[in-house]
Design a protein around this ligand. Structure first.
Ligand SMILES: Nc1ncnc2c1ncn2[C@@H]1O[C@H](COP(=O)(O)OP(=O)(O)OP(=O)(O)O)[C@@H](O)[C@H]1O
Ligand code: SF4
Ligand SMILES: [Mg+2]
Length: 325
């Protein structure tokens, strides 16, 4: 028997705008996440990658309790996060914290850094004033920022510094899991490397588990133990980073890897109509990638392939995978 994963997504779906019209007819609704099953082990970094609109942020927001799933369950140590969210003593935010993409706008412009960092120390951890003061200095030290910055406001910082504050704010709750949604995408490439290195160091130091979202394959490759590739709300391939990057079996993974020749280049499919994602209001019946795929078979247009472990290194959802010798 295998150990239960630390974090589990079980058949998770998320719809937006699902309601009936006055005539009782179902209105069109966005199918943002369409049946995700995923396990994350304690201490690992799972990278989630895919083009804009494939459901990465929706998955992240559900994990931190910002949005409930439409159906399915998300569990941390076997406990449903909706249950954790209801529990007293801030059970959910003390377990899992979010780091946002846009560092400056994610910080309250009217609060100093000290006030921003103090909130979780006071309200989530109930520390005394003296303990808060000590922690403020400690948090600044761990993210390599000078203590005199505590009295400044977010707009006084560069993007990289602001993201360090965002990371410090997340760490202030002493969480076990950090959900990082495009944490370096808004930063210059040279600063990205510094922030990534800091994250790797902090992960070790505080024994963290990372769910790391990015549309930048090079960034995901540099930090993740395992990677989940998403397409139109579903995971289409999943496996150990090195293996998945060197030996993709799903044709979408292959396309992503082969349309990103330069480090830091963003994800785009091939030029022209073939790069357009299907409509999430009306997803295709079969494989969502079929219209863009170079080798579909008739079944691809009729049935939705499920993610399967064929014992070949990665799990993939494809009826006609890339053959490997
Ligand atoms: N609150 C919402 N209401 C309606 N539709 C939404 C909402 N949030 C997300 N969506 C839709 O759900 C789908 C998935 O969006 P999501 O933000 O999760 O994608 P993403 O992979 O994070 O994209 P990006 O790389 O651009 O951040 C998209 O079609 C998006 O338009
Ligand atoms: S299931 Fe079919 S259409 Fe989808 S990626 Fe595989 S071969 Fe292509
Ligand atoms: Mg997003």
């Amino acid at each position: 028997m295998t150990d239960r994963p630390f974090v589990e997504f079980k058949s998770v779906y998320k719809y937006f705008g699902k309601s009936r019209s006055l005539t009782g007819l179902q209105k069109p609704f966005v199918q943002a996440v369409r049946g995700v099953d995923l396990g994350v082990q304690r201490g690992e970094t799972i990278g989630i990658v895919g083009e804009s609109g494939c459901g990465k942020s929706t998955l992240a927001r559900m994990l931190v309790g910002l949005d409930p799933p439409s159906s399915g369950d998300i569990l941390i140590e076997g406990k449903n996060i909706l249950q954790l969210k209801k529990e007293k003593h801030h059970a959910l935010p003390l377990k899992v914290q979010f780091v946002f993409q846009d560092p400056i706008s994610s910080l309250n412009p009217r609060h100093t850094v000290a006030e921003i960092l103090r909130a979780p120390l006071k309200y989530l951890r109930n520390l005394t004033d003296a303990e808060q003061q000590e922690q403020l200095h400690y948090l600044m030290e761990v993210v390599n920022l000078r203590p005199e910055f505590l009295d400044r406001y977010p707009h006084e910082f560069s993007g990289g510094q602001a993201q360090r504050i965002g990371i410090a704010r997340a760490l202030a709750a002493q969480p076990e899991i950090l959900v990082l949604d495009e944490p370096v995408s808004a930063l210059d490439v040279s600063i990205q490397a510094q922030v990534l290195n800091l994250l790797i160091e902090l992960k070790q130091k505080f024994n963290l588990t990372f769910v790391f979202i990015s549309h930048d394959l090079a960034v995901v490759e540099s930090i993740s133990d395992r990677v989940a590739v998403m397409y139109l709300g579903r995971i289409v391939e999943y496996g150990e980073t090195d293996y998945l990057f060197s030996t993709p079996r799903h044709r979408y993974t292959w396309l992503l890897l082969n349309s990103v020749p330069e480090i830091g280049k963003e994800l785009h499919g091939p030029a022209g109509d073939a790069s357009i994602l299907p409509d999430p209001l009306n997803p295709p019946v079969g494989c969502a990638f079929a219209e863009r795929c170079d080798s579909p078979i008739p079944k691809c247009h009729k049935e939705m392939p499920e993610l399967q472990d064929n014992g070949s290194g990665t799990e993939f959802a494809c009826f006609n995978p890339i053959e490997r010798g």
